[in-house]
Design a binder for this molecule. Structure first.
Ligand SMILES: *Cc1c(COP(=O)(O)O)cnc(C)c1O
Length: 450
C-alpha cells in the first residue's frame, strides 16, 4: 500500500495540472480525491469537500450515484468500446435518438466527439465545409464575442477571447470578427442599452463583412469562463434574428449551459432560439465520462449528402473514441434520471432558494460588487470599491485567496479571476446550499473585511 505522503509527493513530481502554475502548486499540500458521495468529494485523508463547482461544471446528480454506476457496470460487462468508423453500436444509437428528442426542434443529427473543445472544433469545421459545399466559398470567417471561451484546442482558442488564456497563442490562430460581450455590470448604461450596443456592433460587422461570414459563435445566456457574464434578456434572440437577416449560421456552445444548468434543459430554450449547430458536453454524461456531441439541422446535414465517397462531400472528421459505449450508456441513464425527477422543471424552487440565499448572505459584504447568474450558474464578483466598481489589482489575487480559504473550510471551488464561482450539482440539497453560501460568506469576510 502506497502511503498518502508518497502519493502527494508523486503528484507534485509527475502530474502536470491544467491551467496551473506548478511552481506555486507544489507549495501547498495537494488535495488527493479518493471517492465521492452525493455532492461531496472525499480525499485520501478522509476530509470532505462540498463540490460547489460540480467538478468544473459537469456534475449533475452528485458523485457515486447507484443508477449511473450500474449503467456503466452493465455496459462494461458487454463491451467498453468499439469504433463508429464503419460500425454502429447500441448506446450511441439510442442516445442520438434521445438527444434529437430533447434538444430544440430542428436539430436532427448527432455527431459525437470527446469533450467540449472537440465538439466546438466539429462545429467550426462543419459550418466551414457547409458553405464550401453550398458554393459560397468566401464564407470562411467566424464572428465571436469578446471574452468568449470555447475550449483549448487551436480552433476553439481562435474563437476564444480571454486574453489571459488565449493571447499567448495568437500567431497560431485564424482571424475572427469580435463583438463586445454584453456585460451589464461593466456597461455604462442600462441593460437595454447594453444589449443594443452589442447587437448594433454585430449588425455593423454583418453589413460590412456579411458575405465572408460562415457563422456567429457564442455561449447562450451565460458566458461562464468569462466570469459568469449574464447576457441581457433578448440578446440571444437578437443575434438569431441578425443571423437570419444576413444568412449566416448560428453555432451555440451549450457545453456549460446545457443539461439544466440555467434552469431549462438548454439555455437557448429561454428565448425560443434554435441554432443551426449546437455543441454539448460537460453535463451530457452527468459528469461521469468524457463525451460530447455536435448537433445539426437537416439543412446543414443535407449539404454533406452526396451520392458517393468520390463526391467530396464527406465530413472528414472523427476521433478514436467517437460514440464510446460507456459514455453513451451513462448519458442515457443521466437523461432517464432527468425524466424521473422531472428536471429541470421541478428545480424551480431550489433555484429560487439558492438565489435568495446568495442575496441575503452576500450582498451586504463590502467587497461583493455583483452577484449574477442564471439557475445553477452563479458568479460573485469581488471589487475593491463597491460604489465605483473599481476592481482589485490582479496582484491582489483576491479570487484565489478567498477560494483557497473556502476550500480550507470544506467547500471545493475554483475562481475565475476576481469572480468566485458557484455552480453545484443540480442534486445539491437546501442544507448543502446553506452550508456552501455560509462558507463563501465567512471566507470573504475573513480574507477581505476582517
Ligand atoms: C468547458 C467548456 C468548453 C471546453 O470543454 P472541454 O471539455 O474542457 O474541452 C467549451 N465551451 C464551454 C462554454 C465550456 O464551458
Amino acid at each position: 500500500m502506497i502511503s498518502k505522503e508518497t502519493l502527494k509527493e508523486w503528484d507534485k513530481r509527475y502530474v502536470w495540472h491544467p491551467f496551473t502554475q506548478m511552481a506555486e502548486y507544489v507549495k501547498y499540500e495537494p488535495i488527493v480525491i479518493e471517492r465521492g458521495e452525493g455532492c461531496w468529494l472525499i480525499d485520501i485523508d478522509g476530509k470532505k469537500y462540498l463540490d460547489a463547482v460540480g467538478s468544473i461544471w459537469c456534475n449533475v446528480h452528485g458523485h457515486n450515484v447507484k443508477e449511473l454506476n450500474d449503467a456503466l457496470c452493465e455496459q462494461v460487462n458487454r463491451i467498453a468500446h468499439s469504433t463508429l468508423l464503419g460500425l454502429a453500436n447500441v448506446p450511441s444509437i439510442l442516445l442520438a435518438k434521445r438527444l434529437v428528442e430533447i434538444t430544440p426542434k430542428g436539430l436532427n443529427h448527432v455527431f459525437y466527439s470527446d469533450d467540449g473543445s472537440t465538439a466546438m472544433e466539429v462545429a467550426l469545421k462543419m459550418a466551414y465545409q457547409y458553405w464550401q459545399l453550398k458554393g459560397e466559398k468566401r464564407r470562411t470567417k467566424f464572428i465571436k464575442l469578446e471574452e468568449a471561451y470555447h475550449g483549448d484546442t487551436i480552433g476553439s482558442v481562435s474563437i476564444g477571447g480571454i486574453d489571459l488564456f488565449h493571447s499567448m497563442f495568437r500567431e497560431l490562430m485564424f482571424e475572427t470578427f469580435k463583438v463586445p460581450a454584453p456585460h451589464p455590470y461593466r456597461f455604462n448604461g442600462t441593460v437595454e442599452e447594453c444589449k443594443e450596443y452589442s447587437l448594433n456592433r454585430l449588425k455593423e460587422i454583418l453589413e460590412e463583412h456579411g458575405e465572408e461570414v460562415a457563422a456567429v459563435v457564442m455561449e447562450p445566456l451565460v458566458q461562464a469562463a468569462a466570469g459568469m457574464i449574464v447576457h441581457p434578456e433578448g440578446f440571444l434572440k437578437g443575434v438569431r434574428e441578425l443571423c437570419d437577416e444576413f444568412g449566416v449560421l448560428l453555432i451555440l456552445d451549450e457545453v456549460a449551459t446545457g443539461f439544466g444548468k440555467t434552469g431549462k434543459m438548454f439555455a437557448c430554450e429561454w428565448e425560443g432560439v434554435v441554432p443551426d449547430i449546437m455543441a454539448i458536453s460537460k453535463g451530457l454524461t452527468a459528469g461521469y465520462m468524457p463525451l460530447a456531441a455536435t448537433l445539426s439541422t437537416d439543412e446543414v446535414y443535407s449539404a454533406f449528402w452526396g451520392g458517393d465517397y468520390g463526391s467530396g462531400k464527406t465530413f472528414f472528421h472523427g476521433h478514436t473514441f467517437t460514440g464510446n459505449q460507456l459514455g453513451c450508456s451513462v448519458a442515457l441513464k443521466n437523461l432517464e434520471l432527468f425524466e424521473e425527477k422531472d428536471w429541470p422543471e421541478s428545480l424551480r424552487n431550489k433555484i429560487d432558494y439558492l438565489h435568495k440565499k446568495l442575496y441575503e448572505e452576500l450582498s451586504e459584504l463590502k467587497h461583493v460588487g455583483d452577484i449574477r447568474g442564471r439557475g445553477f450558474m452563479v458568479g460573485i464578483e469581488l471589487v475593491k470599491n463597491k460604489e465605483t466598481k473599481e476592481s482589485f489589482s490582479w496582484k491582489d489575487d483576491v479570487g484565489r485567496r478567498v477560494s483557497r480559504r473556502i476550500v480550507e473550510k470544506g467547500v471545493f471551488t475554483r475562481p475565475l479571476g476576481p469572480v468566485l464561482v458557484v455552480m453545484p450539482p443540480l442534486a445539491i440539497s437546501k442544507e448543502e446550499i446553506d452550508f456552501m453560501i455560509r462558507t463563501y460568506r465567512d471566507a470573504i469576510f475573513e480574507e477581505l473585511e476582517r
